[in-house]
Design a protein around this ligand. Structure first.
Ligand SMILES: [Zn+2]
Length: 263
């Protein structure tokens, strides 16, 4: 069994981080963690995640009903989404829901983050699927994620935000960081006019590393199909990574300069 006060402190700390980093606005977002076989801890509803204290964290049973806590605060309105995760994935011990701007932009655009782009992201979160839109605080969101979380610890919620699952609180929070960081880089690469996708061979080597590291959680293997507009040279045919990088940087710089000249 986890130490309750330690979990409360960690929830407060992660709340501060998601608010400070702009992953949530106002009172948005919610965090839960498994306390024991019968109970969970959840953030309260209607409170900024940047200003929580340990007494505000509420203990709920497996149906989401408060079993103890400060009566001034009520459990998160999204507690049903978290309960669905714990029901479907008994290996998951913590869940973080946020609205980070880059990842949420992809969720609003209806674009899953499923391409093989960055090594760490390929290993840690894999292909991030997009769950269909559901009305917050109803069963529509639990219904929309049920299938996807069978094989993924990171999900985009259409026109809403992100959901990350972890073997513990830090693990769930770190997946949120990785997801938002990846989304911001993919976004910027698109602005630069080219996104090279790592080929199947590199993806498979990364998957072997993931097995070797024995990482917890589940991922869906990312998509190694090149982007239709990609100007990538084949990774397989080049022997010098330095030469590839130099060529690519030069080409991107030329494209940026050409664009600037046009404006
Ligand atoms: Zn939300």
């Amino acid at each position: 069994m986890q130490d309750e006060m330690e979990l409360r402190r960690l929830i407060v700390e992660i709340g501060k981080r998601i608010w400070t980093r702009g992953y949530v606005a106002a009172n948005d977002g919610n965090i839960t963690a498994v306390l024991n076989g019968r109970e969970l801890l959840t953030t309260p509803t209607g409170v900024s995640k940047g200003f929580m204290t340990t007494e505000m964290i509420i203990k709920v049973d497996r149906s989401g009903k408060a079993v103890s806590g400060n009566s001034k605060f009520r459990p998160s309105s999204e507690v049903m989404m978290h309960l669905e995760v714990y029901k479907t994935r008994p290996d998951v011990k913590a869940v973080v829901h946020a609205h980070p701007p880059y990842a949420t932009s992809f969720a609003v655009a209806g674009i899953p983050l499923d391409k093989c782009v960055l090594p760490e992201a390929i290993i840690v979160i894999g292909a991030v699927p997009l769950a269909p839109y559901g009305l917050p605080s109803t069963m529509e969101i639990p219904d929309s994620i049920r299938e996807l979380i069978q094989n993924s610890d990171a999900v985009l919620l259409q026109n809403h935000g992100t959901l990350t699952l972890g073997s513990d609180l830090l693990n769930a929070y770190h997946k949120l960081e990785t997801l938002e960081h990846t989304a911001s880089i993919v976004w910027k690469a698109i602005q630069l006019g080219n996104m090279n996708v790592l080929p199947e061979r590199e993806r498979d080597r990364l998957m072997t590393l993931r097995d070797k590291f024995n990482l917890p959680g589940r991922i869906t293997t990312c998509d190694a199909t090149p982007m239709p507009s990609s100007q990538s040279e084949s990774y397989e045919t080049h022997s010098s990574p330095d030469a590839i990088s130099e060529q690519r940087i030069r080409r991107i710089a030329e494209q940026v300069i050409a664009k600037l000249k046009k404006t």
